[in-house]
Design a protein around this ligand. Structure first.
Ligand SMILES: C[S@@+](CC[C@H](N)C(=O)[O-])C[C@H]1O[C@@H](n2cnc3c(N)ncnc32)[C@H](O)[C@@H]1O
Length: 255
């Protein structure tokens, strides 16, 4: 099984699904990207990819002319459909969006680093599919782990331990995490352009794609996107590097 298929299985886990069911508000970067576009959103069609249990559905469904939410976890799609029965929520793997016509959306969103669950080949497939389903000039927004992050590569036994119950809980997590890390570390990939590496998410059970803003910008340009803007996790637009930000948000347009 390819490491990215392993990632897909994690999103079918009941415990992981429960985590995504707890409602969380929009992130500041999302508010900063979407709020100035309210008028365009109201008239437009938005495809929201990797919605989990629908965190972004809560925010975007009431805002847009037509909303479609998708995810490749059957368990998460079911959870989102139960929480948002009025929204159009479907199972779909973003690597193959043949259910959707060419140039049929004004906005495509893939929030909270969902794109990073995929390996390099899968990521390029998604970029090609997003370009295909977007209208010319349409927005492509997503977040991705930042390869410049100053604490990247923290190992399972490194988080600080505190006394008492917290320490016991953290020790249990450290044991599970260490087991996962030993299994997945062999699958890690580091290249000049990107890394696909095990990190602390869900007790070190996933491999995630990390990329610098410069390499991501080049990748977007090569895939047919333009007007690329980069925001740190607190929603501030920047150029150059942002080592304190664990992930970055990208807003771009289909050329
Ligand atoms: C980190 S979770 C974020 C969930 C949700 N967007 C949120 O902010 O709470 C990433 C999500 O992306 C989904 N995902 C990853 N790769 C996908 C793909 N190729 N197609 C569709 N969904 C995908 C996962 O199933 C998961 O629900």
């Amino acid at each position: 099984m390819a490491p990215s298929d392993d990632n897909q299985q994690i999103y079918e886990d009941a415990g992981v699904i429960d985590i995504y069911k707890s409602a969380a508000p929009p992130q500041q970067a999302e508010l900063n990207m979407f709020e100035p576009l309210n008028a365009e959103l109201k008239a437009g069609r938005l495809l929201d990819i990797g919605i989990g249990a629908g965190r972004t559905t809560a925010y975007l469904f009431p805002k847009v002319g037509h909303y479609v939410g998708v995810d490749y976890s059957h368990g998460l799609v079911k959870a989102a459909q139960q929480i948002y029965p009025d929204a159009e929520i479907l199972w779909c793997d973003a690597r193959d969006m043949s259910d959707f016509k060419d140039a049929s959306f004004d906005f495509v969103n893939f929030s909270f680093n969902g794109l990073d669950s995929l390996d390099h080949e899968g990521r390029l497939q998604v970029l090609a599919e997003v370009r295909r389903v977007l209208k010319p000039g349409g927005h492509w927004m997503f977040s991705s782990h930042n390869r410049d992050y100053y604490r990247r590569g923290l190992l399972p036994w490194q988080p600080p331990f505190k006394p008492g119950r917290v320490m016991l809980k953290k020790s249990a997590h450290a044991i599970i995490s260490h087991k996962n890390w030993r299994r997945l570390r062999k699958e890690q990939v580091e290249t000049p352009d990107y890394a696909f590496v095990n990190d602390e998410a869900h007790n070190y059970s996933l491999l995630h794609y990390y990329v610098t803003p410069q390499a991501q910008t080049k990748q977007l340009e090569e895939a047919g996107f333009t007007d690329i803007r980069v925001y740190d996790q607190w929603g501030t637009e920047f150029t150059g590097t942002s080592p304190k930000s664990v992930w970055l948000y990208y807003d771009s347009r289909r050329a």
